[in-house]
Design a protein around this ligand. Sequence first.
Ligand SMILES: Nc1nc2c(c(=O)[nH]1)N[C@H]1C(S)=C(S)[C@@H](COP(=O)(O)O)O[C@H]1N2
Ligand SMILES: [Mo]
Length: 265
Amino acid sequence: MCPRPLVTGDRRCSNGWVNSPLPDRDRSSPDDGGAPVGRRLVLAMLGLGAAGVVAAPVLQRTLEDGLGAVADKDPTGLTGLLPNGGGFRYYSVTTSVPEKTAADYRLTVDGLVDRPATYTLDSLKALPQTRMVRDVQCVTGWRVPETPFEGVRLSALLDAAGVRPGAKAIRFTCFDGAYSESLTLEQASRPDVLVATRMRDEPLAHAHGGPIRLYVAPMYFYKSAKWLSGITVTDSVRPGYWEELGYDVDAWVGRSNGRDDAPTV
Ligand SMILES: Nc1nc2c(c(=O)[nH]1)N[C@H]1C(S)=C(S)[C@@H](COP(=O)(O)O)O[C@H]1N2
Ligand SMILES: [Mo]
């Protein structure tokens, strides 16, 4: 299955599905006078050329699309783990993502901190957990109402690490080996930003970025990096994966990316 091509031509369907948080209006036509962010993104994508397509393999499907279709195409072996999707879509910028369990999952906190740390899954679960129930909004338009997330406040991990004076931002990296995200230190200190251990009142499934993902409640869902493995405190914001391709770094729902969705918090 190959949905609407991102740009004219079908070369980017050679790897599977399109995966972009790009709004549909821009995906269907780069020249339809859409929002400036869309044009910027399309130009960035075009600029990538063939190498970019290889570097950013494409995958997108709805978890509830029908597992048969997914099984036919799925190069990742995730199919058996797919939970009831509840309207969520599976996103990954890589064709496969290793599975991590309590035995081999690690989260490192480093950079401009006094006490760098490495957490295991068990050590994260042993810390105080915060549960929040908010809508999830993807920048492509889909929204899932009232989704429970649970986890450790990012601010608690930062406090434990001792953020040094002069620190301004956080860079997040993922064990898929490709995705990254960023927040300012002020954003990262909000009580509604979690290092999530659970989603929808279940342990985080691999398809949803388990065992640990970031959850940034007030921002578009691309900020909620899946398969989180690194938290690095830095002296300036380094734009994340999609932000390098034109999406807003400050991705407040309803106040960014040229969109007017209802805020999620
Ligand atoms: N590591 C990683 N995290 C990611 C992405 C990704 O491709 N890789 N996609 C982002 C986008 S655009 C969305 S909408 C959500 C999708 O989360 P879901 O697969 O749990 O629905 O994950 C975000 N975090
Ligand atoms: Mo997204």
